[in-house]
Design a protein around this ligand. Sequence first.
Ligand code: MN
Ligand code: MN
Length: 471
Amino acid sequence: MEKKNTWETYSAKQIKSCDKLAKEYRQFLDNGKTERECNDTIVNTIEKEGYRQLQECIEKGIALKQGDKVYSVWMNKSIVMFQIGEEPISEGMNILGAHIDSPRLDVKQNPLYEDNGFAYFDTHYYGGVKKYQWVTIPLAIHGVVVRKDGTTVEINIGENADDPVFFISDLLIHLAQEQLEKKAVKVIEGEALDLIVGNKPLIFKPDKDGDKDSKAKDAVKSGVLDILKEQYEIEEEDFISAELEIVPAGCAREAGFDRSMILAYGQDDRVCAFTSLRAMLDIGEIKRTACCILVDKEEIGSVGATGMQSRFFENTVAEVMNLCGEYTELNLRRALSRSCMLSSDVSSAYDPSYAGSFDRKNVAYLGCGMVLNKFTGSRGKSGSNDANAEYLAHIRQIFDKKKINFQTAELGKVDLGGGGTIAYILALYGMNVIDSGVAVLNMHAPWEATSKADVYEVYRGYMAFMEEASL
Ligand code: MN
Ligand code: MN
């Protein structure tokens, strides 16, 4: 079976729409480099499009009817949206799901120390990273510090042109003979990923004549604390209740002379989150209730209260059904088991420079459209949701009807490794779920690449799915 390059199928008008969407996508990436920021960006967008807070509807006892749009946020990190359809929810929903957390370096709870004139933040990496990729690049700090009194300080340093950035050092090549003999996994070890945050000692000015200028112990660290106190009103102890994420500094960029690609941090999986969200906002009247869920913690196993394994989603569906006047325990179970889902996540794109790692017949190609992964998982399909052939046939039929360019793929060669998604968790309800999404080159690297054509095609595919799926 041949793969079709999407660019070759586009009219001039489609290329224009594709470029417009890509621009909006880059802004989405720049506005949300953490799950919290991404969540805030989404809420700002959907409130303008007529979405109401579910909690508010519950408190006011507002009944929901066809065409109504509601959303619910969980702990500022996960969000689920609904557009009520014509049919009862117990007949099943069409669900788009993706995750909004990305691999990064988290700041530890006791992070700040000084060593030989440098102040450092100690970090703990989050998700799968090649540690050696994170040294000597400009890094930004994003996140929140919650003070003991419950007030929150939002931190975002390193993105504006006049902001400072931060970095992790690496040994100079001139002395690296021994380092370069090491295995890649050992070249930079986890505990060596300490962020340089300062180099200037704090000097105390003399109070009276005759006193000399004096330096505090750990004067560089003191200097950093002084700045944190002055600019953000935070103390060292406040790191205990902080969530600070170190991410590559800088904006999403167009890539290539032809500007056909996007190079940016965090495209796994905000590329699917963005396209799912955009599709959710652009669907018209629908038969089946449409749902879009964008969750946290996928990169560490979908755990925690804001991960897909949390009951948050199920509880929210129950609340929505209640406001639609159709909640019973049985109806809830029916709604979930009769739903269809596209569990969207990125897939690996074939990389000619590492040809040996892929099965060329069963891998996604950048620019060749939406990716359908019947299964993910590692080695003998372990940990995967293996979608049913019947469901695949249904999806194929929809995509052919709506002229969506798609390709089927596996991550790479069978024995080499693998990865998981949120698909298997929703499949626990007995619903039809398939992994789908966008192909990414250098997945999980500080800068990942996607094709604009794929972003556009996936958006179109999600629209088609939301309007047509019913199995
Ligand atoms: Mn992912
Ligand atoms: Mn990932």
